[in-house]
Design a binder for this molecule. Sequence first.
Ligand code: PGA
Length: 252
Amino acid sequence: MANSPRPLVAGNWKMNGVNASLDEIYKLADKLKGGAYDCNVMICPPATIIRAAKKAADGSRIEIGAQDCHTQQSGAHTGDLSAAILKDAGASAVIVGHSERRADHGETDELVKQKAAAAHSQGLVAIICVGETLEQRKAGETLEVISGQVAGSMPEGCNAQNTVIAYEPVWAIGSGLTPTVEEVAEVHTHIRKDITSALGDAIGGEIALLYGGSVKPTNAEELMAAANVNGALVGGASLKADDFFGIIQAYE
Ligand code: PGA
C-alpha cells in the first residue's frame, strides 16, 4: 500500500475513557510489538488521562493526541484547555473541528483555523476535520462544502509535519454507514487537488488525508486502499484494542 504520505491510524475516544481504559493502550502496545505496520498509530483519549496514556504508551509506537484545544494558550477561559497545556500533558497532536464540536459548540471554519494555528504554534500536529451532512450530500453539494471547509479551516503555514486532514462525512459517524470506496476516493482526490493548488505539490502532496466515519476491522482494508486515503480517524472501533488493532492491520 502507498506509504507516501505516511499513513496515520488515529483513535478518537471522544467522551470515553477513565483510568481503567489504559488497559486497552497496554494491550494495543503489546499487539503492535514486533509487527511491521506501515503507518503511524495514535490514540486521542479524554484530556484527563493524556498524561497516563502517554506513560502507558511509553516504549511503544503509539502516539497520544488530544481532541480539541482553545485558540489562546492561557488566560481566563474556564474549563478550556490550550495547546500548550495539552502538550505539557504529553500530547503530540490535537483534533480540531470535529463535526461533533462544530455541531455541539457552533464551531466555525474560522474558529477551527485559529485552533489549528494555536496547535501549530506549540509544535502539535493539527488533525483538521471536515465533512458534509446527509442533506448536503443529497443536494449534490459535497465537494463544494468540503472545499469551503478545507480552505476556511487551514491556517497559514500548514505542511505535512504539522497538519493532517480528516474527511468525516457527518452521516457516517457512529452510524455504521459509510460512503462507497468510489465516493471516498472522489472526495479525497478533490481535497488533494485543493491543497496542492493552494500549497504546491511538495507540501500539498504530502499532507496525510484520513478517512473517518464507521471504520471497522471489516471495512478498513477496502477504505484504506481508496485513492488518496492515507489512514483513518476511528471513533467507536478505537475503544477496544482488538478492534483498533484489526484496523491497523490494513497496513500490515
Ligand atoms: P466512528 O467515529 O468511527 O465512531 O464513526 C469517527 C469519528 O467521529 O472520528
